[in-house]
Design a protein around this ligand. Structure first.
Ligand SMILES: Nc1ncnc2c1ncn2[C@@H]1O[C@H](COP(=O)(O)OP(=O)(O)O)[C@@H](O)[C@H]1O
Ligand SMILES: [Mg+2]
Length: 244
């Protein structure tokens, strides 16, 4: 079933056109990535899906309901860390649940342990590395009732090794939690490794240059990155991104 439908979405700031006639969808349980150059309007798209900014034209439909200008229907992890520095790891993870009145502390502790953060439940964000903070934000998102999670370049500040292990961790918690993910990145390898489907944006004003369903089976592990089919995809997507 189609969870999210974005139809003919356009956005301008003043007379500057940012997004131009964007249409795509996300199915239930799917992992879809949007790959595009910096400044092409990816974060702007997410702010529109999150109800923070309104489009100039077009529609955004979640399970049949128009969500333009409506917050709270999706779980959105912005580009920079969204943890509250004065709350502990556990308190950060439980924040959204506290707001909705239903707290499942046991599940939170379980997910924190699964994320390799056992013993850090009562630590504060400044005591954590970049990768650890990112995992805490993800856990909070996976604890939410919303079925769609938007991730905006969550790994761009991490070193290569941390990034690879975060990919595997994200895929494992995604496969256990049956959520849909819409993921934004400018990293080709990351988009290919994680996704079921890949949507490629042009330079600003962005439109959709190409859309691919990826053939790699799951579960995926890092050996995939060096296989010939994977490298072929990397070349294909690279040449699409660099050749206007
Ligand atoms: N509130 C705003 N007012 C004016 N211009 C904006 C605003 N937000 C984003 N932009 C512009 O829109 C373009 C796309 O930005 P953004 O969505 O952050 O791109 P990306 O996430 O793909 O790097 C940029 O040129 C940026 O300067
Ligand atoms: Mg951005």
């Amino acid at each position: 079933m189609k969870l999210l439908e974005v139809n003919h979405l356009s956005k301008s700031f003043g007379n500057q056109e940012i997004l131009k006639d964007i249409s795509f969808h996300v199915e239930d349980g799917e992992f879809v990535s949007i790959l595009g150059p910096s400044g092409s309007g990816k974060s702007t798209l997410f702010r529109m899906i999150g109800g923070i900014t309104k489009p100039s034209s077009g529609s955004i439909i979640l399970r049949g309901e128009n969500i333009i200008g409506k917050k709270g229907h999706i779980s959105y992890i912005p580009q920079s860390s969204s943890l509250f520095p004065w709350r502990t790891v556990l308190q950060n993870v439980l924040l959204d649940q506290e707001l909705s009145g239903k707290v499942d502390k046991e599940r939170a502790v379980q997910l924190i342990e699964r994320a390799g953060l056992k013993g850090y439940e009562h630590a504060y964000p400044h005591e954590l590395s970049g990768g650890m903070k990112q995992r805490v934000s993800f856990i909070r998102s996976f604890m939410n009732p919303q079925s769609l999670i938007l991730l905006d370049e969550p790994f761009s500040a991490l070193d290569e090794f941390t990034r690879l292990s975060m990919h595997k961790w994200l895929l494992s918690i995604w496969s256990e939690n049956k959520k849909s993910i819409l993921f934004v990145t400018h990293n080709i390898e990351e988009a290919l490794f994680l996704s079921d489907r890949l949507i490629i944006f042009s330079e600003k004003p962005a439109n959709i240059k190409a859309e691919f369903t990826l053939p790699f089976s799951r579960p995926r592990n890092t050996e995939l990155l060096l296989t010939e089919p994977f490298l072929q995809w990397k070349r294909k997507v690279f040449s699409l991104l660099v050749n206007e």
